[in-house]
Design a protein around this ligand. Structure first.
Ligand code: ADP
Ligand code: ZN
Length: 698
């Protein structure tokens, strides 16, 4: 790849911007350094520039794969307006026009060409593309290639092959929504090579998130009333139509003007109620998740989740409808574990098993007319195929559509849709494993949402980490941040505290398994603490935990301290408990980074005093940074003391001890006492002087 110009001047020249937004600069730099990458930014975060600007700085043409033909035209027009040679190739053009554009592309007449993904199906198109000098292959809306995303498009699956045929040009993928699974799919399908991954822009500092555990309806009512009265304008999300109606009535009885909105209403009704809210004729909307796509009211001050939603994505998207104007807004989720049953029911409905799909398919085959058409409502199909969960019928039809067995069509003069068999006589052959896999994912998403409710880690930070932001900060405004849960959290006061946590985490790591890059728990907290305490009990010896290098490394802390510490590390999101027959403990990705010293952290530190006694082991001390300048200063100090006392320098403290001072930087006498070579007597005489020197140096 050859660079033809610098990004910053090009930014000004072509786009008229004086600087980059947030993460754009890093992304552009990495692209220009030739790396593949994945960029996740929310809508409006400025993703387009991430490939448009590099396109202008590199030789050759940047291909942009984009699924929406309508948006493509806007983008191209926008670029042409800036004097950037750009065009698009999609099915709205006749083939003559397409060939002309391909020829012009080969001639190097364009910097950016937008291409619809289905173009890559055509072998003649692929053939023609061979001589094009592609500098960058940018896949926009990349989540479309994942079956676990919300907008799967089968043509996107081909892009991996397309890249291969093009000779693997540099590639980047961009999307606004990518959960860990979807991110993984993107990396895999496109076979990105050692890609950088940038996730940014998801934090919403003006939102204060809160999750309240409630177990009685009365309490929910009271919370609802308080929130509505305090914040006035907002949305109450409920899981079911029935609950929407119930809550609507409740508000009504309190004299609060609200609208109710759910999927069971006719389009007209929906439109009308939605408008009542948007035009501010009502201040509160009570709705199922069907509501929200089209609403644009920026002064929403609160979002109250009356029940737990099915995933963190859904939760954050809905909560995110608050405070669009940038002013402070409040989001509260009323969490009752029993409500997860409703979500389980939805998961069942969204994931019909193979038998249900076959039953429905057989019913359609038997019911079809001579044109292979079926004019039945969902309810009729449900009855006819003897399916219990009505939702499953819709889901099964969607699966049959995706797999090319049926299509749906409008019936003139009727509100319902008809179904047409596309392969009327063929047996059903669909990937059952994929179906099972999807159901498993859906359940995992719900599990993660439940974990968020129970977690004591900053809400905003947990969510951003879930979306893949690496160094998300604590927000300071969520219930966890504000509400000191039994004490205030703070950063470690000194290296000593950092070290205790890092040692504890490595103990957890030694007693976990890493499978496919993910940590899995093997032992519970009790056993891990025993190991760290150096227990030689039967259970410990039987599984040879006494042979681990971490065996006994935190003996000096005492069991009570460690138990408290583990609870705090749990609350801080450094370790987590896997649900199962027994609660098994393992590291979170954040915990792993802290263990490796790559990330800072805050904890509510145990109140129990750590039993200080045992000295640090050499092995661990070596991991801490050594600063030669501090070491020299400590040596000078030792020299002065030695002269004053008339003793040889090594009698004050040996070199090794000075080295440990340098590495561990004790700032209290207590911590200094833990260092090898510091006895009570010498400590009394000299330690304070060294500590003063260290403090002065820092
Ligand atoms: P996305 O594709 O992520 O939804 P866009 O690329 O459409 O976002 O950008 C959103 C808006 O931000 C656009 O109006 C764009 O002009 C503007 N924008 C992008 N980059 C910059 C920048 N560096 N400085 C100022 N405005 C920018
Ligand atoms: Zn917080």
């Amino acid at each position: 790849m050859a660079l033809t110009s610098d990004p910053l001047p090009a930014l000004k020249k072509f786009f008229g911007f004086d600087g980059f937004l947030d993460a754009q600069e890093g992304v552009v730099d990495q692209i220009l350094s030739g790396q593949d990458g994945l960029v996740v930014m929310p809508t409006g975060g400025g993703k387009s520039l991430c490939y448009q600007l590099p396109a202008m700085c590199m030789e050759g043409v940047t291909l942009v794969i984009s699924p929406l033909i309508a948006l493509m035209k806007d983008q191209v027009d926008g670029l042409l307006g800036k004097g950037i040679p750009a065009t698009m190739i999609n099915s709205t053009l006749d083939s003559n026009e397409q060939w002309q554009r391909i020829a012009a592309m080969k001639n190097g007449e364009y910097k950016l060409v937008y291409i619809a993904p289905e173009r890559f199906r055509s072998s003649s198109f692929m053939e023609a593309m061979k001589d094009v000098n592609v500098s960058l292959f940018a896949v926009d809306e990349a989540h479309c290639l994942s079956q676990w995303g919300h907008d799967f498009r089968p043509e996107y699956m081909r892009l991996g092959k397309a890249l291969e045929k093009l000779g693997m040009p540099q590639a980047i993928a961009l999307t606004a929504t990518a959960t860990p699974v979807v991110r993984n799919d993107i990396l895999k399908v496109l076979a990105l090579r050692e890609p950088f991954e940038t996730v940014s822009g998801f934090s919403r500092p003006n939102l204060s998130l809160s999750i309240v555990e409630v177990d009685k309806h009365k309490v929910k009512h009271a919370r609802l009333r308080e929130v509505v009265e305090k914040w006035k304008t907002g949305i109450v999300y409920c899981s079911t139509r029935k609950r929407v109606e119930e809550v609507g009535e409740l508000l009504h009885s309190w004299g609060i003007k609200s609208i109710a909105y759910h999927g069971g209403m006719s389009p007209d009704e929906r439109e009308r109620t939605q408008n009542t809210f948007i035009t501010k004729k009502a201040d509160v909307a009570v709705a199922t998740n069907a509501f929200g796509m089209g609403i644009d009211r920026s002064d929403v001050r609160f979002v109250l989740h009356y029940e737990i939603p099915g995933s963190i994505e859904a939760y954050y998207q809905e909560a995110g409808r608050a405070g669009r104007d940038g002013e402070a807004a409040y989001c509260e989720l009323l969490f009752n574990y029993a409500d997860t049953r409703t979500q389980e029911f939805f998961i069942d409905g969204a994931n019909p098993n193979f038998k249900t799909i076959s039953d429905i398919y057989r019913f359609l085959q038997n019911d079809a007319d001579a044109n292979f058409e079926i004019q039945r409502t969902i309810d009729e199909i449900k009855e006819g195929a003897d399916v219990k969960n009505g939702m499953a019928v819709g889901s099964a039809l969607a699966i049959l559509m995706r797999n090319g067995y049926v299509e749906r069509f409008d019936i003139a003069g009727k509100r319902m849709k008809g179904t047409r068999l596309l392969k009327p006589n063929s047996e059903l052959n669909i990937n059952q494993q994929a179906l099972e896999e999807k159901e498993k994912r859906d359940r995992e998403k719900l599990d993660t949402m439940v974990q968020l409710c129970y977690s004591r880690q900053c809400r905003q930070q947990s969510i951003l980490e879930y979306f893949g932001e690496q160094d998300a900060q604590t927000c300071g405004t969520c219930d966890i941040c504000i509400n000191a849960f039994g004490g205030e959290s703070r950063e470690p006061a000194d290296e000593e505290e950092t070290l205790i946590v890092r040692k504890a985490l490595s103990g957890v790591a030694r007693m976990s398994r890493k499978v496919g890059g993910k940590w899995e728990g093997v032992f519970g907290r009790g056993r891990i603490v025993q190991m760290l305490m150096g227990s030689r009990s039967q259970e410990i010896k039987r599984v040879r935990l006494d042979e681990l290098t971490t065996h006994g490394i935190l003996k000096s802390c005492g069991t009570a301290y460690l138990n408290e510490l583990f609870r705090s590390m749990h609350d801080a999101g450094l370790i987590f408990t896997q649900r199962g027959e027994f609660p098994l403990l393992t590291l979170t990705p954040r915990g792993e980074r802290v263990m490796l010293g790559k990330s800072s952290f805050r904890l509510v530190w145990p109140e129990t005093q750590s039993v200080s006694a045992v000295k640090h082991s050499d092995m661990v001390i070596e991991e801490f940074g050594f600063d030669g300048r501090l070491y020299d200063r400590l040596k000078d100090l030792r020299q002065k003391l030695a002269q004053a006392e008339g003793v040889p320098a090594y009698q004050i403290f040996p070199n090794k001890t000075l080295e440990y001072f340098t590495r561990l930087r004790p700032k209290t006498v207590n911590n200094g006492l833990r260092i090898k070579g510091v006895g009570e007597v010498k400590a009394e005489k000299y330690l304070q002087a060294f500590i003063d020197e260290i403090i002065a140096f820092d």
